[in-house]
Design a protein around this ligand. Structure first.
Ligand code: TMP
Ligand code: ASP
Length: 244
């Protein structure tokens, strides 16, 4: 497998992307041990974070596939890798909120923990220099980076993912408070779930204790970051099975 690993083409905050020499429509993702917050103003890491997050992402992509949700995932590769379809990332982060927390709670002056009557979908422009600003649907169209039908599809997929993940995390005794996903288009123009879904980009609260099991432990200096990510993986393996 490693024979096909080509040049690194991109290094992000949590992953490196490499060419896959035997097939130009595939790329290899390597999950790093680093984690960042607040547009990388805060930096940290912990041992095995890359492989823990890779394992969580694999189990989630496999689970979503079984529920009919298309993603870029192809194959898990030792020791912290994942083979995926090469996609052109659609430059908007899609956030779905079931409970109000984080930036939207703060912006609207609402205490964290309000349950929403229906999931809220928000879009943020992917732009590090601008710290990923919130954008309205009209602003997305004004930027000419997407189309009305694509916006409809992104929302539809994000809400389907939400419904499936709520059920998965519920079986793990976790509330899916909110999460961020990214989508991309493969060479055939299909829109696929891309990037990753891990505790880096979700808020997960224990249903019994309300304890946080996600990146807020790092953002807010709550400690036990590694233990929390490991616990998410262990609970997930019990529900959806696991490869070690
Ligand atoms: P927010 O409340 O800070 O807007 O975050 C909403 C969700 O999106 C939360 O689960 C964390 C995730 N998220 C990311 O994955 N990347 C980001 O850059 C930001 C700001 C949030
Ligand atoms: N993902 C962003 C960063 O790495 C922000 C965050 O998650 O808080 O800086």
């Amino acid at each position: 497998m490693k024979m096909s690993l080509g040049k690194m083409i991109y290094e992000g905050k949590a992953k490196k992307v490499y060419q896959w020499t035997e097939d130009k429509n595939k790329v290899f993702l390597e999950f790093k041990d680093s984690l960042t917050a607040f547009n990388a103003q805060k930096k940290g890491s912990f041992e095995n974070k890359g492989s823990i997050n890779r394992d969580i992402a694999v189990l989630i992509f496999q689970y979503l596939k079984s529920k009919g949700i298309p993603s870029h995932f192809i194959e898990r590769i030792e020791d912290r890798g994942m083979l995926v379809q090469q996609v052109e990332i659609i430059p908007f982060e899609v956030v779905v909120r079931n409970w109000l927390a984080g930036s939207t709670a703060k912006k609207l002056g609402i205490p964290e923990g309000k349950v929403l009557k229906k999931p809220l979908v928000e879009f943020y422009l992917k732009n590090d220099e601008l710290a990923d600003p919130f954008v309205s649907e009209d602003q997305m169209l004004m930027l000419e980076l997407t189309t009305p039908s694509e916006i409809t599809r992104l929302k539809e997929l994000a809400l389907q993912i939400n419904q499936q993940l709520i059920q998965l995390f519920d079986q793990m005794n976790l509330t899916l408070v909110d999460f961020k996903v990214e989508f991309g288009k493969n060479h055939q123009g299909e829109i696929l779930l891309a990037d990753e879904i891990t505790p880096d980009c979700c808020r997960l609260w224990d249903k019994t204790t309300q304890e946080k099991f996600d990146k807020d432990r790092f953002r807010r200096d709550l400690g036990s970051v590694k233990e929390s990510y490991t616990e998410v993986l262990n609970r997930m393996k019990k529900i959806v099975g696991g490869q070690s």
